[in-house]
Design a protein around this ligand. Structure first.
Ligand code: CA
Length: 227
């Protein structure tokens, strides 16, 4: 899960980013409306936390621009108490939910969980596909029938497999892996993905799974079900 946090209050942003990372979300934080819009237009995020009062471009303008560009990423607006009108306008413009500042961080996490759950094929905190079950909180990968067939994934392995499982009918390009997992400002090299994919293949084989990660030459990777 990758979140974009658009909030200009540095202290609040840092607290939220730390908290979200502890919950295993990947987080990009930006501090004004213009960069927020640029990042969000990439379409790589699973959820955007968007403050309304932002420098350079307001949260509502950013929201309007994103929906106009058909970016349908769920958006959680952060509003101040005095901004009731903005809140209503925000929901009209296509925001999915809002939180009024100040809020309890537990409340924010609950909203984010609810909003991201709506989207994919999540059952509780696992992703089930073909004969495997990936646990999103422990990062354990289990083979379908028996609880014995269980391996622990490292964070990058987990993130790569999560992306493949959530987009099981698609070919995921190496660029998309880099963007989603390593972020925009990164020195990660494409062969890092190959290394993690080879680890993942060994682990899938170890639990006796029928799914395989297939390389599509010059493009990226996709899942193939050998059942
Ligand atoms: Ca603000």
């Amino acid at each position: 899960m990758k979140l974009l946090l658009i909030e200009d209050e540095r202290q609040l942003s840092e607290v939220l980013a730390t908290l979200l990372k502890q919950q295993k979300y990947a987080v990009d934080a930006v501090y004004d409306g213009i960069s927020g819009e640029e990042y969000a237009l990439s379409g790589i995020y699973d959820l955007i936390v968007l403050d309304i009062m932002l420098p350079k471009k307001s949260g509502l303008e950013v929201l309007r621009a994103l929906r106009k560009e058909k970016i349908d990423t769920p958006i959680l607006l952060l509003t101040a108490k005095s901004e009731i009108e903005d809140k209503i306008l925000g929901l009209d413009l296509g925001a999915d939910d809002y939180l009024t500042k100040p809020f309890a961080t537990g409340e924010l996490l609950a909203r984010i969980r609810a909003m991201t759950r709506r989207k994919g094929e999540f059952v509780g905190d696992v992703i089930a596909y073909s004969d495997v079950v990936l646990d999103r909180s422990t990062h354990e990968l289990c083979g379908g029938d028996t609880a014995k067939n269980k391996v622990q994934l490292a964070l990058k392995e987990y993130q790569i497999l999560e992306l493949l499982l959530q987009n099981s009918k698609q070919i995921i390009s190496k660029e998309r892996f880099i963007e989603k997992i390593w972020g925009h400002d990164t020195d990660a090299e494409y062969n890092a993905i190959e290394v993690y994919v080879s680890f993942l293949r060994k682990k899938l084989a170890a639990i006796g799974s029928n799914i395989q990660i297939k390389a599509v030459r010059g493009v990226g990777y996709t899942l193939e079900d050998q059942l």
